[in-house]
Design a protein around this ligand. Structure first.
Ligand SMILES: [Zn+2]
Length: 320
């Protein structure tokens, strides 16, 4: 399992332990302050123990059970008289939303319940996800307030941008290709989406196609070589699997990478693996659809054409 999840899990575990210990101390204080409560707790635990022993021996427990119920009622009366509620005995979690489990159950529009990451978990994951995503190379590329101004001269583009921002915030970006001439905000928008994912504790990665290609070439060389230092091997393996595993992958600048014998097979492999596991891929390219089709004949273009929503970036200003 990814070490970051293990780290986060142990933080949550510590929070749970901590609140249990605090609660135990609080319970002891309550009992100390109310000796009659302490006495009845002792009686209840003694009788419960006897009932357990009797049932192991197959003996009748009717009288003891009646006695237990009487004691429990008396306990409730005492609690009420002292103004103590049953909640006072419950452990108070660090995060009340998820009880320090890291997950909350949400009901979707279709009525189906799913577990999603709680905000506390997201905020623990976010810094790691940001640093892994590669968005730090693009300072200022984000959905911050005012970022939409770049598109303000073109109402259609502004609409597209706003829609994509909302989708990223609500967690459902489809596979998408951003195309159009350079400087129209394709990379800007794609990086902003990747940043949004990471800030929500989800994994994302922005990589230029040429870089991904180099990495996969290195991986192939490594497999074929007789010896690779273990540490380097692990690092390359990790990076390669991140290409297929991240929740959101941005493949930036399709069409300017040097063509090699493996270019199409590599691309197809990434797109197909991610497609099968339902992960989102965003491709940016300066090429139009016709040129893309000419350049990537066959299956690569076919995948993009069939499975990707197409967003044409056009209009005024100049941006990345
Ligand atoms: Zn939480």
């Amino acid at each position: 399992m990814d070490s970051v999840f293990e780290d986060v899990r142990s933080i949550l575990e510590n929070r749970r332990l901590r609140s249990e210990i605090l609660q135990q101390q609080k319970n002891e204080l309550i009992l100390e302050e109310h000796p009659q409560l302490q006495k009845i707790e002792e009686q209840i635990s003694e009788i419960s123990g006897q009932i357990l022993l009797n049932s192991l021996d197959g003996k009748n427990n009717d009288d003891l059970s009646a006695e237990l119920r009487k004691l429990q009622r008396k306990r409730e009366d005492i609690l009420m008289d002292c103004g103590i509620s049953a909640d006072d005995f419950l452990a108070e979690p660090y995060c009340k939303k998820c009880g320090d489990t890291g997950f909350v159950r949400v009901t979707g529009k279709d009525g189906i319940e799913t577990d999603t990451l709680c905000e506390c978990m997201r905020s623990l994951l976010a810094p790691v996800m940001i640093s892994r995503s590669g968005v730090d190379r693009y300072p200022g590329y984000s959905f911050e307030k005012g970022s939409e101004e770049f598109f303000s001269s073109d109402p259609v583009m502004l609409g597209t941008y706003t829609k994509l921002r909302l989708l990223a915030e609500k967690e459902k970006i489809p596979n998408a290709v951003f195309y159009g001439s350079s400087g129209k905000g394709k990379t800007f928008t794609a990086v902003a989406i990747a940043r949004q994912y990471a800030m929500q504790g989800r994994s994302s990665l922005v990589v230029r196609i040429a870089e991904a290609q180099e990495l996969l070439m290195e991986h192939r060389k490594m497999i074929q070589s007789f010896y690779t230092p273990a540490q380097k091997e692990r690092m390359v393996e990790k990076k390669v699997s991140y290409l297929t595993d991240v929740d959101l992958l941005v493949l930036d600048d399709l069409g300017i990478e040097p063509r090699t014998a493996n270019t199409e097979a590599d691309l197809l492999n990434i797109l197909d693996t991610r497609g099968l596991s339902g992960k989102t891929t965003i491709i940016t390219t300066n090429l139009d659809m016709e040129t893309l089709k000419e350049r990537y004949r066959g299956r690569v273009f076919d995948r993009i054409d069939r499975n990707f929503a197409k967003f044409h970036f056009s209009g005024g200003g100049k941006h990345a």
